[in-house]
Design a protein around this ligand. Sequence first.
Ligand code: ACO
Length: 337
Amino acid sequence: MNKRRITAEITAIGGYVPEDRLTNEDLEKLVETSDKWITERTGIKERRILRDPLLATSDMAAFAVKKLLEDSRLPAEEVDCLILATSTPDQLLAPAASLVCEKAGLNNAWGFDLNAACSGFLYALSMGASLIESERYKKVIVIGADQMSAIVNYSDRNTCILFGDGAGAVLLEPSTAGIGVIDNLFKTDGKGVACLSVPAGGSLEPASTETLAAGRNYVQQDGRTVFKAAIKGMSDACLEIMERNNLTNQDVDWIIPHQANLRIINAVGNRLNFPLEKVKVNIQRYGNTTAATIPLCLWDFQDDFTAGDNILLTAFGAGFTWGSTYLKWGTLRHHNL
Ligand code: ACO
């Protein structure tokens, strides 16, 4: 007898963005820029910023998980594993995932952090799906969360206009109906590190008064190179995954791209010949929340998706890291009714 393939279905979603907004008008007071320039060059109007000094990435992630558990009525102790994609853990050591398990009451879950920058959520989703497909775990939470305001220099107009804070979480459960994560295609090119990084604060250049004075503990990037590489990386990854799954752009219902810059998103949509109505965009409200952009889109637009929809997720980020995930949408569940 043929055993049906187990896939990992998204059965619940949660999200969190901080209350405080940083608008383009606020940024005009911090650096030499304008609402017009930022809107035309990036599409961003405002971002959310976690200002409470007692809160950090793990708190945003835990808020997103609590929302997921509340909406799906899933008891916290039923979660087996948690994977937190982040580039901004609360501390370099220990894993922020441990704090999320603690703060969200996931007493029976083991967890770990995964850092693949803006591609982190997709890489983590693939890892989580593999745990479900292995049949060793039944309920895996995958989170993308970043407090970018902690590593952004608010006197550098090249970067401070882009980023915001937030977290999104999904629950993966087994499906035998061919629903969920169907395929992943990922790439890494270490030459990209030279174009986008936080140079200091790690083992190469530990934080010191010199690195702080030189602003090397903040994000630095060659924006134009990243811009071009992101368009090519995301559109090529989508074309490749569509081809190997025999999908035409008519078969794809939605594309959810990493939200880095509206011009990047539009260029990817154009290269794939997708009508813009199929491309989900919320960058105007949140900016680039790094690992959180894709789960925050899933959270924001969940009511637009119907069972069986073919969704392409695609991301590009520091590393360089990039890729695409083919997801077949299922049904969000209520547990223990
Ligand atoms: N306000 C006003 N002027 C600005 C600002 C600003 N905030 N920032 C830069 N400028 C100036 C530059 O100094 C430059 O002036 P110059 O010609 O006198 O030197 C001019 O505007 C044009 O600069 P460019 O860098 O060519 O502007 P560009 O159109 O490339 O836009 C941007 C810059 C928005 C950073 C763009 O390159 C970009 O989005 N790159 C991708 C970066 C990114 O998304 N990084 C996030 C992490 S990776 C990821 O998520 C994919």
